[in-house]
Design a protein around this ligand. Sequence first.
Ligand SMILES: Cc1ncc(COP(=O)(O)O)c(C=O)c1O
Length: 486
Amino acid sequence: MDQRRTPLVDFLNEEVQTYYRWCTPSVLLDAPRVGDVYATDVSASLSVRGTLADNSGIFEEAHRLAAEAYGADHTLFSVHGSTGSVYVVLRYLSLMYGTPLILASRNIHISVQNACEDFGVRYRFIRSHYDPEFDAFVPPKPEEVVEALERYPEANAVLLSNPTYEGLSCRLRETVEAIRGVSEDVLVIVDEAWGAHFRFSDRLPETAMDSGADISIQSTHKQGGSLQQTGMIHWRDERVDYDVMWEAYRGYVTTSPSYHLMASLDAARAHMVERGGEEIDRLIRLSERFRGMLRERLPRLGVLDSYYLERWAEHVGGIDLTKTLLSLTSYRVTGFWLDEELQRRFRVVPETANYNSLLFIATFQLPEDAVEVTVDALESLLTGAEAPGGKRLLNPPLMDRPPKIEPYLLRRMPKKLITQKIPIDLAVGMISAETVVTYPPGVPILIKGHRIEREAVEYLKAVRDAGGLLIARDPTLREVEVLKFP
Ligand SMILES: Cc1ncc(COP(=O)(O)O)c(C=O)c1O
């Protein structure tokens, strides 16, 4: 091989900026920035201005500024996205409660399932809903969260993934109030990975901190303006032990965190406080222009908009107007195919595709002409691809039954002795020994310890056949790993 080649360096320097990126990270180009990243890279050895490990000096100040800006009592910076923050928060739960029980919305990210397994946290799902026209998880109603709490009064926490990947927010304030009505002790944790920009515009849904939740996990890199990989954990004092949260964080975070990543969080916070309102207004205006042009030029395309709030009014309290979710049920083609063609032929990159849908995010770095370019591209790909009879809809299994065996217990048994691989069609009715995820959005469909339902197998096969990405031991789904005993 030619060892002078640097494929990643070349990709970043020469190619990335030639794409219209309707996808994360959404980076604020005008925020303060570090001059020379290479010359200023530094570690905790230079400690006179404080260190992260003891939250002193500049770190303490940056965290305090962020807490104030995001409406929290305390904030911590993550250099490992919300995945790392989920690990910190679930480690916190296990340090506080041993093997706690949490009640989670069905759209949990795979990191929640993994961290539960690693830290011995048990979870049960809150009743969930799905809209197959838009391939969208619909958040639970406040009454459904209460119903789960009444079913499991021993629960230590409720964990809501809110807003959903598609930008739907539950009636969060009412949900928090309803939880408090049942118990003053239950922690309300919100995986708010997709809501880091919400606080800075009154046209976006309310944040977890402002709605009275105890802990919020945000991926600031997704839509909050900082560099890829960065996020924040915010919390309120009332039900959260400060020292234990720090212990959970210290035990997880790298001892060599990137100061540049943390500086980009610092910069995004300062910029959003000063100009977040106008930045977000610009993104909403661009998105509205995009949706308006699509409606005019491609009237068969489903465009998620405020009418959606009416359809799911009991569930949805607000939507992220910087996102545009399209439904392709009137077309023969899948979202997977369109995504690939848009990238390959038009250099247009949607955030994600699903069987019947495409999701676009108006990002801070997106140029205004992206709207015209993308509408033209969609028109040229979709004209002639209409499906007069409509297309079939896909429904993932919602699995609100408890597991047959707690996943964290399986984790403690020798894999070789207890599992076997078998053809997936024979696996129906058996207990899964692996977690299979359709990606994105990274939501588990088969879950370790749960019985494998025919519905789940059919859904996974349909996603595979339509060109979707599966994360599984065998992504072709010829075989799946199950428990040897029933
Ligand atoms: C709801 C949710 N939580 C957590 C994560 C993980 O976030 P990150 O990529 O910042 O690690 C994601 C990623 O897409 C997500 O959608």
